[in-house]
Write a protein that binds this ligand. Structure first.
Ligand code: URA
Length: 194
């Protein structure tokens, strides 16, 4: 699987399927373990990610790291893989447009297929809307477990939203705790079939 993922990455690094290739410094393919139990999917690279070629390495990423560490899921744990809906930075961090998401989505489908995680966690509304639930209300529906295409899924508040509104951090952290007990198998949770 590692080889196949590397091949896919190579292909992605050369991608010119949408306008975002013109303004990127680096393609941010994704990073983590091929054996990951949890796959985190954000929206798209920001400035730091574009410069460094890795997902979630800016301010939002630092906050994500803190929360991951608190539930024993840090990047070195071998339990996670992190990527985004679009692999190139949208100028000025605007939302990725529908046609850009569509041009990029096959890379993500193939990453999901190769990694085959136990659960997909969507960071923020944009990725949850694209792959899980078109009418998602993230403020109400974060932390709820869904099953779709035989895959367990959950949306979480985007760490950038938590930087803007720190009072949301406690409820966001509850979702991380839920994620931990879910993957350790110590608790069973209700799952809504989509
Ligand atoms: N925000 C995202 O959605 N993804 C990143 O990689 C960084 C910030």
């Amino acid at each position: 699987m590692e080889d196949k993922l590397e091949l896919l990455k190579k292909e992605c690094l050369e991608c010119q399927k949408c306008r975002l290739f013109k303004t990127r410094q680096n393609v941010v393919f994704g990073k983590g373990s091929v054996e990951a139990k949890v796959m985190f999917i954000g929206e798209g690279p920001g400035e730091q990610e574009d410069l460094q070629g890795e997902p979630f390495v800016g301010r939002a990423g630092k906050l994500l790291d803190k929360m991951l560490k608190a539930v024993d899921l840090n990047r070195e744990s071998g339990k996670i893989y992190i990527t985004n809906i679009v692999k190139c930075r949208p100028p000025k961090n605007r939302d990725p447009q529908t046609d850009e998401q569509q041009a990029c989505i096959n890379y993500l489908y193939r990453q999901i297929e190769l990694i085959n995680p136990e659960i997909i966690v969507f960071l923020g509304r944009i990725s949850a809307k694209k792959l899980m639930k078109d009418d998602i209300k993230i403020t109400k529906e974060h932390g709820i477990l869904y099953r779709k295409n035989n895959m367990l899924m959950m949306a979480m508040l985007h760490p950038s939203a938590l930087l803007r509104t720190p009072s949301l951090k406690p409820e966001a952290f509850e979702d991380f705790i839920k994620l931990r007990s879910l993957i350790s198998g110590e608790k069973e949770y209700e799952v809504i079939q989509l």
